[in-house]
Design a protein around this ligand. Structure first.
Ligand code: GTR
Length: 411
């Protein structure tokens, strides 16, 4: 019997350290001439964009470099629950290209402050109305996954799910510490099912187009959406655009990392239990593997990534290199002890191995030889890490560490 909640995948799953095959990680400082880069300038000039490009062509797909027309419609909500310590706004994004249009709604919760505030930005899984019980918050208009727990039938959200995921969003804590929170339902950008890349953002760029092996999958579209929110922040004087922390849990942590790698405007990047295709090393094959993720989620990555099903040794990059693309910006990796499917040790090792690039900048990455004890966060370097007790989730404990890390690195 497997300890994993995902029983759908019937292949043997490695869940013991002594079953991890031997593997070699790509040397993230190695140039094509066999010499290693020795300075931050050399890394930036010779390796950084090449590494990013390999992630684009072999893993997530290319984010099209094409303009879209975006308009924002802002609405200050009459939120009853927050009136003593903050404000809630909804910003409706209309995103247009070649006569096609999609709409997405950003929920922006800000503390009362006289100067621009730093914000945390992250997608939610079930709709903005699920992150906080305030009745003024709108339900999504786009497709939502059917779920008895969330009362979703026929892909329509239910008002009964207001606040149902509030344990994942430490709203009061965030505001009290002087940060804002911005969140968007990820399905507004691209609905999370395999529809042949027709709907969501794909409808703006690639309708009726034959799909190339490096065309973007859904993770890349979600990353793209985060950058469009960053564009909006640049227009809003209430927000300190130099202190935007992008974060995500699980599949949305994969998206946050790819967004941070692509868009240097994000000042700090946080991965919570992002696992395979996120912070965890693929070559360890522990827990979720490349084949497992491509089988269950054929729309998340680009076609090329499927070449590495049961073939991780051939992958030209691994996820420590994705984390290294954040340098010199701070990055945080959070694991959970019972979340073996996401390979906590693989997440730790990626964070540790990314440190070599931070060293080029004269910065401390993650200075730990071995995995730390459970519930002992390490936030003194530019790569933060903790493994908390418990299951795959985003909790108040995680938020507390992210806030401490943001205070330490950005203030
Ligand atoms: C799982 C998937 C993981 C992770 C998770 C989630 O089914 O295997 O990679 O993304 O979903 O997003 O909660």
């Amino acid at each position: 019997a497997t300890a994993f909640p995902w029983q759908l995948y019937n292949q043997e799953v490695i869940q013991e350290e002594n079953k991890v095959p031997s593997y070699t990680l790509p040397d993230l400082l190695m140039k094509s001439d066999g010499k290693r880069v020795e300075s931050a300038a050399e890394w930036e000039k010779l390796l950084r964009s090449q590494t990013l490009q390999t992630f684009e062509t072999e893993v997530y797909g290319q984010i099209p470099n094409q303009e879209v027309a975006v308009t924002y419609e802002e609405n200050l909500l009459h939120a009853k629950t927050l009136k003593d310590f903050g404000s809630i706004r909804e910003i409706r994004f209309s995103i247009e290209k070649d006569g096609n249009r999609i709409q997405a709604v950003l929920l922006l919760i800000l503390p009362d402050r006289s100067s621009p505030v730093p914000v945390f930005l992250g997608y939610n899984f079930n709709g903005n109305h699920t992150i906080h019980p305030d009745e003024s918050i709108s339900l999504p208009e786009s497709w939502v996954a059917n779920s008895p727990e969330m009362g979703v039938r026929e892909n329509r959200p239910s008002p009964n799910s207001r606040g149902k995921k509030s344990s994942r969003w430490a709203v009061q804590q965030i505001l009290e510490r002087g940060y804002g929170l911005a969140t968007m339902y990820y399905g507004d950008i691209d609905p999370d099912f395999d529809d042949g890349f027709e709907n969501g953002v794909h409808s703006l760029f690639s309708k009726n187009k034959t799909r190339e092996k490096d065309d973007w999958g859904s993770i890349a579209t979600w990353a793209w959406g985060l950058s469009r929110v960053m564009d909006y922040f640049e227009t809003n004087p209430l927000i300190d655009k130099n202190k935007v922390c992008v974060l995500g849990h699980s599949r949305l942590g994969k998206a946050a990392l790819f967004a941070g790698a692509n868009d240097k405007r994000f000042a700090l990047v946080i991965s919570n239990n992002s696992g395979c295709g996120g912070a965890a090393l693929s070559k360890r094959r522990f827990g979720e593997t490349v084949a497992a993720i491509n089988d269950r989620f054929p729309h998340w990555f680009c076609e090329n990534f499927k070449k590495y099903n049961h073939n991780e040794d051939q992958l030209p990059v691994d996820q420590h290199q994705l984390l290294a693309l954040m340098a010199p910006r701070p990055v945080y990796v959070a694991s959970a002890a019972e979340d073996l499917w996401a390979d906590p040790k693989g997440e730790f090792l990626a964070a540790k191995n990314a440190s070599a690039v931070y060293r080029l900048y004269g910065l401390k990455g993650l200075q730990l030889q071995e995995m730390p004890e459970v519930n002992k966060p390490h936030i003194d370097g530019y790569i933060g890490y903790h493994i908390r007790s418990g299951v795959h989730d985003l909790t108040a404990y995680d938020w507390e560490q992210f806030l401490n890390f943001a205070d330490a690195r950005l203030k």
